[in-house]
Ligand binder design. Structure first.
Ligand SMILES: [Fe+2]
Length: 450
């Protein structure tokens, strides 16, 4: 591409506003590019489909609850040769949609998330074949909206006068236009961007921020979950109780370093899994509350099981396959099929690692191992029939199935009625009878389930 005649158009798909800001700052400091922002994976695909003339895509791997490998698959399916910079902690080699990504190294590259300034700029200049002026230059360019930030860090700010000389600004308050460009010494720019980067990495991996708090920052949809549960008929008390039990589970588990890390990264990157944890937690605690099994102990077990259920499967795409009847299951590779089938057992193995819960571990294990079992032996991994499931397992299975459908299907009143009918025909027998009656009690207030 001839840079002099045409501005490259770069599509940016990054959900963390601070990191997005940093990426933009780095690109603008070097290149005259038109930057376009995607709101989510589907939006990105729509933008590409509409114009098809992007010069480059810079995308975070886990982007707004979906994997941006879908964007890449869209490119390959449509034979679009748009270079792709994937930002990720680790290259997800298990992701089938990224097949062939690394073979095209000339145009595709993955960079370690969040992203280092020199790596990003070097790759962009290599891919777009734009020479980096600042390798020789003393100054880097910044936008007006970044001036205050650099100034606060005691970095001198310059403008370029009409004779192309850099003149230092003495009164920062003179700056009025956010869109204008200013200049800062290259050395200072590099120093500060390293500092920001380190700060970002610290925040992303910090142990100082308690997991409970991280959880609540990440699950921005928690209010949405609460209000949809209220709409369905749960009372405020039931929601508060569910929340209290959940908090205490996270607190216990996050004392264990490995668990804290696993839970933290799941919350951060896996939207479906996080919401599934919350939903199954609230529902199973509320259901058990309507039975004579109700106790702090049984609630804690269910809430722990909600967290552990998919902890061994850190990939939303796989977690959201609730049944082997899901058409997406058949399309998986043999390895991934195995991963799905084996994840309950693998999650159970993680329970061993947490000492403080060993007293109740057996119950939690049973519930986690069975969370994909279904009535009449239709589930997995063991295709157990109903008589082999404990009461707590039955409660959890119903909560899991209901949560999955709430999160996965576009909910409206008709769908809810359909789910209710399905439940009536599937879950009202044998060991499910008592949990099902309790389940109905929660929802009868809104007449969704008769
Ligand atoms: Fe699962």
């Amino acid at each position: 591409m001839n840079v002099m005649s045409l501005k490259p158009r770069i599509l940016i798909a990054e959900e963390n506003p601070e990191i997005r800001d940093l990426i933009v700052m780095h690109i603008e400091s070097e290149f005259n590019a038109e930057l376009i922002y995607a709101e989510n994976v589907d939006h990105a695909i729509k933008l590409i489909n509409n114009t098809q003339d992007f010069s480059l895509i810079v995308a975070q791997y886990n982007f707004m609850g979906k994997n941006s490998s879908r964007i890449y698959r869209f490119l390959t399916e449509n034979k679009l040769e748009i270079p792709f910079i994937l930002l990720t902690q680790q290259f997800p080699s298990y992701d089938e949609m990224l097949k062939g990504f690394l073979l095209k190294r000339i145009q595709n590259v993955y960079l370690k998330y969040p992203v280092k300034e020199h790596e990003l700029v070097e790759e962009i200049s290599r891919i777009l074949k734009i020479k980096r002026p600042s390798l020789r230059e003393q100054f880097r360019r910044i936008r007006g909206n970044k001036v205050a930030f650099f100034h606060k860090e005691d970095v001198p700010i310059f403008i370029m006068d009409h004779t192309n000389k850099y003149v230092q600004l003495t009164h920062i308050s003179d700056i009025s236009n956010d869109d204008d460009f200013y200049f800062v010494p290259t050395e200072k720019y590099a120093e500060l961007s390293t500092k920001i980067n380190q700060k970002l990495i610290d925040t992303l991996t910090s142990d100082a921020v308690p997991t409970v708090q991280k959880f609540e920052i990440q699950v921005d949809s928690i209010n949405k979950i609460h209000s949809s549960l209220l709409d369905l008929g749960l009372s405020r008390e039931e929601i508060e109780l569910g929340q209290a039990v959940h908090r205490s589970s996270v607190e216990i588990l996050s004392k264990n370093k490995r668990m804290s890390k696993l839970i933290g990264s799941l919350m951060k990157y896996q939207k479906y899994s996080s919401e599934l944890i919350m939903m199954t937690n609230y529902l199973s605690v509320a259901i058990v509350g309507q039975t004579d099994w109700a106790s702090d102990n049984s609630m804690q077990k269910l809430s722990m099981a909600a967290i552990f259920q998919d902890l061994s499967l850190q990939n939303d795409e796989l977690v959201s396959i609730a049944s082997t009847d899901d058409p997406r299951f058949e399309k998986l590779s043999e390895d991934l099929k195995k991963e799905v089938i084996n994840h309950p057992a693998k999650s159970v193995a993680l329970i061993h690692e947490v000492k403080p819960i060993q007293d109740v571990a057996n119950n939690i294990k049973e519930v986690v191992l069975n969370h994909h079992e279904r009535p009449l032996g239709k589930g997995f991994p063991r295709k157990l029939t109903t008589e082999h499931l404990s009461g707590l397992s039955c409660i959890f299975i119903m909560a899991h199935e209901f949560s999955h459908r709430l999160l996965y299907e576009k909910i409206n009143l008709d769908i809810l009625k359909k789910i209710a009918d399905d439940f009536e025909s599937t879950y009202s027998d044998s060991h499910f009878r008592k949990p099902y009656d309790a389940f109905k009690k929660i929802f009868h207030k809104k007449n969704i389930i008769n």
